[in-house]
Structure formats: C-alpha cells, structure tokens
Design a protein around this ligand. Sequence first.
Ligand SMILES: Cc1cc2nc3c(=O)[nH]c(=O)nc-3n(C[C@H](O)[C@H](O)[C@H](O)COP(=O)(O)O)c2cc1C
Length: 321
Amino acid sequence: MDSQPVFFVGNIPIYGNLILSPMDGLSERPFRSLVRKSGSAMSYTEFINAIDVLADIHRIQKKIAFYEFERPVVFQIFDDDPDRILNAAQKLTLFQPDIIDLNLGCSAHHVASRGAGAGLLPHPQKIARIISNLVKHLPVPVTAKIRLGWDEHSRNYLEIARIIEDCGAQLIAVHGRTKVQGYTGRADWDAIAEIKSKLHIPVIANGDVQTVADIQHIRNQTQCDGVMIGRAALSNPWIFSSRDRSEVPPHEVKSWIEAHLHEMIAFHGEELGVILFRKYLKRLLTPYQLSEDILLALLTATDLKILHHLINDVFNTLIEP
Ligand SMILES: Cc1cc2nc3c(=O)[nH]c(=O)nc-3n(C[C@H](O)[C@H](O)[C@H](O)COP(=O)(O)O)c2cc1C
C-alpha cells in the first residue's frame, strides 16, 4: 500500500491508483476481496438495481456483502427514477458503504432501454436531479461512472461530467466508449483526458487496459487520478500489483485458483460455489491453451474433490519439478 493517499473521494483517502471495475456477476466478494488484497485500491460492488433494494433487501444481500478490509467500499446503484434511486441509496447506506456510486454507463439493453445506466446520458437534467438529491441526503460521498454519451452523434461527456461535479459528486469514473459502441472499437482515452483537464474532482480512466504498459500509457495520456481495470483482471488479477500475466508462474496461478475456489465455497456453498467458479477458472486457464478434453472436464466438474484432483493434475504438468 502507498504510504500517502493518491487522491481523496471527499474526505476518504485512496491509497493506490489501480481499481477493479464493477462487473455484474463477477465483482462479488470472493473475487473482489482477493483482488483488493493484491493491489486494487478500493472495492466497487457490481451494480445494484434500486427496484430490488426497495422490493426486498434480502434479494441483494450477496451483492452488498463485503469484508471490512476491503474499505473503502463503493455500492453502485442503477435505475431511471430519481426518487427510487434516492430511497434505495438511503436504504443501502444502512449497510455502511463508504461511498454510493451512480451507474451511468451500463449499455445492456434491458437496462439502458428503460432509461437506466447509459440510458440516463441523453437526460442531463435528470442526472442533475439524481446527483443533487443523493448529495443532499446521503451521509457518504456520491460518485458516478459514465460512458461518453449515447452514440457518436451525442457524445455529451463534458456536459455530463460538469453536471456531476457541479451537483456535488466527489469522483467520476469514465469508460471511454458510447452506449451504442457497447464493447466494440477502442476506448477513447483522449476524451477521458479532456474530462480530466476540465474537472477538479478525481477522474478515473477506464477501458481497454490489458497490460502493465497500458496502465502507464493511459495515465500519461489522460493524467487521470486512477485507472480502472475490468475484463483484463479476470485472466490477470496480478495486474493490480503491476505484473503481466506472462510473469506469473503456474504455482502462483494455482495458489490463486485454490484461494478463490475456497472463497467461492465459503460465500455460495459448495454446490453453487463450484459451478459459479467456472467462469473465473476458464479465464485463468486460457493462457495455457489446454486440450478441449481437459478443459471440458475442469469446467463441468460438479464434485469439489474431483475438481481439486483435476486442478492438481493440470498444474503438475505445468509446474517445473
Ligand atoms: C461482464 C461485465 C459486467 C459489467 N458490469 C458492470 C457493472 O455492474 N457496473 C459498471 O459500472 N460497469 C460494469 N461493466 C463495465 C466495466 O466496469 C468496464 O467499464 C468495462 O468493462 C470497460 O473496462 P475494461 O476494458 O477494463 O473491461 C461490466 C463489464 C463486463 C464485461
């Protein structure tokens, strides 16, 4: 951990400049907490639907579970209705997050088409109302994560970023794509640089960081306060300690897999934990180009003992004696 804060979110010091992206279905406590231990500077939950919070808080218990050592912890919320967002955020603060973040970036059809996530970007005044309400009524700092606009003809990111800052939010994370782009094309780091040059609150740059060299490039190009990493973290969680995947020896990958599997079982129970672990295991094993038969066996095993055996067998052949 850096001995000096790299930046502040309101009065909350952040000791590092690399942060795991919120990722629905992936950045839950087991993975997120391991990544936090290995260098991510704060913990964002996956996005949480305000409607679910208000309907039945128990439905989202797993999404808001965190370990104390993960602090600062950010609960991310999404919806299209300003009052519902405020009510849900107030309910969520009872579970002691350090920060509440508004999702203005989700491009998934079922979210954006109902005016939530990136679906809010064409409505700056609504965003102003939501952020002002949250800032006024919540006891914790409010932040937002945005995309650059709805499509290439409406890249209103500067207007949105200024509104977010003027309404009192304390940090903005920017994924350098429009909603219509989804995950296609390249993230526009120059646009992120433009936002950073105009704002006074911390700006986190996000999109297409895959290697340690990319971290340096995006920092140089944007001058941002921090860098958020999503997809690349799944095959290389060591990126948060500035290591490329090619530098990580198989015995460390094996230890990570064992620790993550252990956390998954503690969190979800054995049966579900083993099944849900597959999506992480697949990405961690990708660089080894294992045969289809071996992969199939690993990714369909339902019995924990068998899975442990298979993992041992694979790594016995990968680890030099
Ligand atoms: C499977 C998946 C789920 C995601 N879920 C969320 C989410 O819940 N909240 C959010 O703000 N962004 C979410 N994102 C977007 C990421 O946070 C990030 O902005 C995007 O992946 C670009 O960064 P990357 O190129 O480092 O992956 C998700 C992305 C992926 C791939």
